[in-house]
Design a protein around this ligand. Structure first.
Ligand SMILES: Cc1cc2nc3c(=O)[nH]c(=O)nc-3n(C[C@H](O)[C@H](O)[C@H](O)COP(=O)(O)OP(=O)(O)OC[C@H]3O[C@@H](n4cnc5c(N)ncnc54)[C@H](O)[C@@H]3O)c2cc1C
Ligand code: FES
Length: 277
């Protein structure tokens, strides 16, 4: 059993949990994720390790409430327990001094991009960060990202905070200025697709972290399969990070939308049970 040590509402629909998970925190690296099950009969869901304190044994996760399990998890409180947490999973981020890098986080993707940004800064890179959301109330971790970046640009689609632009606009300006050696982008698949289309024009290597549907997380079920460079890869064991220029994003998005009916029914049943319908 894994105890929730702290809960913080970061923005509308986005919640942070610090979890007591000593063995996982001790081995965590930027780019890793966990699979968790709230209770014995619960669904397994993957969440990125957004931060970790190896000495105190604390793991930080940040979740966006999108369906039944994330709503159920978001309803837990400090002191509650999560029955299963497995990790750290996935291949950790490749960190070295590349030179000038741009880290892009969109929506809840700001959380997973944070530990990578910090590690790239610690490795001596000049780090430009761009964080963006649809609107101000969905933004979080601005100060945390500023502290690990040489320059931070904040965007909102509706202009309610920062620059009124999609993240690709300041990204293209940085690329035009030249000498960017690497771009790391994490966010909705559609955002990562357009980040990659932008960086392709400038021939700048781009790493993305894919959020395909996962089941076992061990490379056995094939549920998380994605196509990268014309080959089938399993996001859980071969990723979750891949060369963005080789990813078939349209297939990823189609596979993410495979179970809308089942997801709707599960959410309706959950609401009924909680009396919120
Ligand atoms: C490696 C990885 C890291 C992730 N990190 C984060 C994170 O840090 N924070 C965060 O908020 N979300 C993260 N996600 C997405 C998160 O796992 C899904 O939002 C969650 O599983 C949805 O479950 P649900 O029951 O609430 O919603 P559902 O109603 O079941 O589904 C809503 C949508 O979420 C996606 N989804 C559903 N089930 C899964 C599943 N088992 N695995 C992956 N996606 C699923 C589908 O696209 C679906 O349309 C990550 C996914 C992956 C693969
Ligand atoms: S989740 Fe089953 S193979 Fe990746």
């Amino acid at each position: 059993m894994f105890k929730i040590l702290r809960k913080q509402e970061l923005s509308e629909n986005i919640t942070l949990f610090d979890i007591d998970a000593k063995d996982i925190a001790r081995k965590a690296e930027p780019g890793n994720f966990i699979l968790l099950k709230i209770h014995e009969q619960g669904e397994r869901i993957p969440l990125t390790i957004a931060d970790f304190d190896r000495e105190k044994g604390i793991l930080t996760i940040v979740l966006q409430k999108v369906g039944k399990t994330t709503h159920q998890l978001g309803a837990l409180h400090e002191g509650d327990f999560i029955s299963d947490v497995i990790g750290p999973l996935g291949i950790s981020s490749h960190i070295e001094n590349f030179g000038k890098v741009v880290c892009v986080g969109g929506g809840v993707g700001i959380a997973p991009v944070y530990p990578i940004t910090r590690a790239l800064k610690e490795a001596g890179n000049k780090v430009f960060s761009i964080i963006g959301a649809r609107t101000k109330s969905l933004l979080f971790w601005e100060e945390k990202m500023r502290n690990v970046s040489d320059e931070l640009i904040v965007t909102t689609d509706d202009g309610s905070y920062g620059r009124k632009a999609l993240v690709t606009v300041p990204l293209e300006e940085l690329l035009k200025d030249g000498n960017i050696n690497l771009v790391v982008a994490i966010g909705p698949a559609i955002m990562m697709k357009f980040v990659c289309k932008t960086t392709e024009k400038y021939n700048v290597k781009t790493v993305v972290s894919l959020n395909s549907i996962m089941i076992d997380g061990t490379g056995m079920c094939g549920g998380c399969r994605v196509e990268v460079g014309g080959e089938t890869k399993f996001c859980c064991v071969d990723g979750p990070e891949f060369d963005g220029h080789k990813v078939d994003f349209d297939l990823l998005m189609a596979r993410q939308r495979m179970y809308p009916e089942e997801e709707k029914i599960a959410m309706e049943r959950y609401k009924e049970k909680m009396g919120t319908k």
